[in-house]
Design a protein around this ligand. Structure first.
Ligand SMILES: [Zn+2]
Length: 323
């Protein structure tokens, strides 16, 4: 779990007071004979220890949710052979991306004006300080269901969503979820070590994988692909993804692929410090995951929405504010 980590150690003095033997004094109070208030036989005493304390800065990605406890994706993956091989994509230009209205800007605008959606976002926004991810799924009938991981631990705090491949879950059209604030905890195996859990405040490969499975399910059921979306809420920025590709760009990932991408994503995001999070994310899904047709929208706090995409040579971002 702990890749790309840095460890720093130092000797530090740690002090504390014992309780006096009558258990009434805790702050080094002196005995009566020394002019203090403590009548006990043994007074509260200061103990000083010098301990070797280490901090581990772990660059672990949060938000590897959607894996639902593993389980491969049945059916055809997109043929991600060695990682970078281009799958055979028939070139049929100008294919309509889906039936019906697929104007993501319009759809997001309508959503952001919807009180029900607003309440979900506000609820999640208040939960980014929790040490576990929380979220909602939405089904094709519009119903939202709250999700959190009751058995989350400091180390494993990902949100588990219903396995989207199962028939009962194939009508899930959306999920909204948090990537939580960075936090510190003591290593349970070596409590002198403080571990800082850092997460990327952007969608993870697992998030993309779950999203693509929802897209595939919608395609199989003949539902509009434009109704499928995923939302990320963090204390930094909020995002949404939508599918704007064609049917040949629909692909799903196996459990093995997801695990590989989880690791390579952490490495990729941890280096390349000069690139913004958004740029790195878009390059990773385009170049490493070879996933096309996934559009990223930033839900700005002033109520505006902007599509963020790669420029022509994929070296920078182009930002287009939704009308
Ligand atoms: Zn996530």
């Amino acid at each position: 779990m702990m890749t790309e980590s840095e460890i720093s150690c130092e000797w530090v003095e740690e002090s504390y007071f014992t309780a006096c033997s009558s258990n009434e004094h805790f702050n080094g109070e002196a005995s009566i004979s020394q002019g203090g208030p403590c009548k006990a036989n043994v007074q509260s005493q200061l103990v000083i220890n010098v301990v070797h304390r280490c901090k581990l800065i772990a660059s672990t990605a949060l938000g590897d949710d959607g894996t639902g406890g593993g389980g491969g994706t049945p059916g055809s993956g997109g043929g991600l052979g060695g990682g970078n091989e281009e799958p055979e994509i028939p070139t049929k230009p100008n294919l309509p991306p889906s039936k019906g209205n697929n104007n993501p800007c319009e759809k997001i605008k309508a959503q952001r004006a919807d009180i029900n959606f607003q309440n979900k976002i506000a609820d999640l926004q208040g939960k980014t300080r929790l040490k576990k991810e929380t979220g909602y799924i939405q089904r094709a009938n519009g119903e939202y269901t709250y999700k959190d991981n009751a058995s989350a631990t400091n180390q494993a705090n990902e949100l588990s969503l219903p396995t989207a491949e199962e028939p009962a879950n194939q009508d899930i059209i959306a999920y909204l979820h948090t990537h939580v604030d960075d936090y510190e905890y003591y290593d349970p195996e070596n409590p002198v070590i403080t571990i800082t859990k850092k997460g990327f405040k952007i969608f993870s490969p697992a998030d993309i994988s779950y999203f693509m499975t929802m897209i595939k399910n919608a395609q199989d059921a003949g539902r509009p692909l434009g109704d499928v979306y995923a939302v990320l809420v963090s204390s930094l920025k909020n995002y949404q993804i939508r599918f704007t590709g064609n049917q040949y760009q629909i692909k799903t990932f196996t459990a093995d692929q997801k695990e590989t991408f989880r690791e390579t994503f952490i490495k990729y995001m941890s280096k390349n410090k000069k690139m913004s999070l958004e740029l790195k994310f878009l390059k990773f899904i385009d170049e490493s995951m070879n996933t096309k047709g996934v559009s990223l929208y930033r839900l700005n706090s002033d109520g505006t929405t902007a599509e963020i995409k790669l420029n022509a040579d994929k070296t920078d971002l182009v930002e287009i504010t939704c009308p």
